[in-house]
Write a protein that binds this ligand. Sequence first.
Ligand code: SAM
Length: 374
Amino acid sequence: MRFDAAAQTRKSCRPDYFTRLFYRMNWDQLDWAALDRLRTGFLAGNAASSGPYWQSPSDLASYDLTFAERIGWKWDALLRELTLRNWSPPAGTTLLDWGCGSGVAGRRVLSAFGPARFNALHVWDHSEHARTFAATRARETFPSLPVAASTSEPAPDSLPAYTLVISHVLNELPPDARAQLLALVARAAAVIWIEPGTHADSRALASVRDQLRDGPHRIVAPCTHRETCPLFQAVNDRDWCHFFAPPPVGIQNSPDWVRWSHRAGLDLRSQAYSCLVLDRSDHSTLNSQLSTEHARVLGRPEVFKPYARFLACDASGLHWLELPKRLAPALVKRLDKNPPVPLYALAHDGHRVTAMTPLVSDAASPEDAPHTDA
Ligand SMILES: C[S@@+](CC[C@H](N)C(=O)[O-])C[C@H]1O[C@@H](n2cnc3c(N)ncnc32)[C@H](O)[C@@H]1O
């Protein structure tokens, strides 16, 4: 056997080379051509139609700094709601990030709940570039956590108890891959799933939610009930279940982000997302207020001088409601600029709200700080 000195040198240089050039890319090194190509595929909704589209670690590093970071803000918003509700995934499970891309979703979940909550992180993607990138970034950020990049599609029976994380994958999956993913969902101890907040993506996730309704999971978010999703009644055709995540403070003054958002055609003021969170517990994370329904307000309330108008979902269906300002002046003011977690004890007559109290207190606490062991 010949000794290939050049290959040995390449191999021994590899971690440094990747770390320096790719895994820690900065704005001056962005591969704009790769970002344009990725964006075109995402917009057309057929990105993965001819197989994995990540062509190099540099694609993933450019994506991780931009598109993925923006997706991270959606994760921050949902994880904030879950932590304010004192919800956490079951302790001691393996965290499985399926369709991991650069791995932003798994890392955000580890930051929110702490790596010690999990036995290990497994990342899976049909692209090897993605698996390698996501595992490397996770090892850097959480050095004490065992991280594995699965080399074959994870099968539900072959895994120990797992918390499944899914992010921005559903519209890329052909029917067989979607069925495999749903088999994993069915066996998961908990699922935290975010998709884009478009009409089509939100409805696709709602239809997954309806398929799982008869299964063993409790629906933690977004629903406050277990009825068939009312979006699928013909009268609600135009509506969809989505929410908005703010960017971190200062992003809109960052020349790098402004330039990127113009090129990507994305408005950074708010990022629309849809979500599904499941677990197998029977403990409620909402205050019980027996005289009223628990409801979730969808989308963005419109605030006018004498009232606010919004779409609310409860066990009786979807309702366009008006909340008179005189009934709850402080809440109407908050709905305009700084809405609370949109879960309420809500009484209404089908048009007008007669009582409305936020169910989740969101006074900031020092425990909101993210976890890391890096
Ligand atoms: C839009 S990217 C999202 C990546 C990451 N989850 C995130 O939120 O940033 C979709 C990911 O799904 C992966 N993917 C698409 N089809 C897949 C399949 N059949 N099996 C596994 N991964 C798949 C792609 O390779 C890509 O990494």
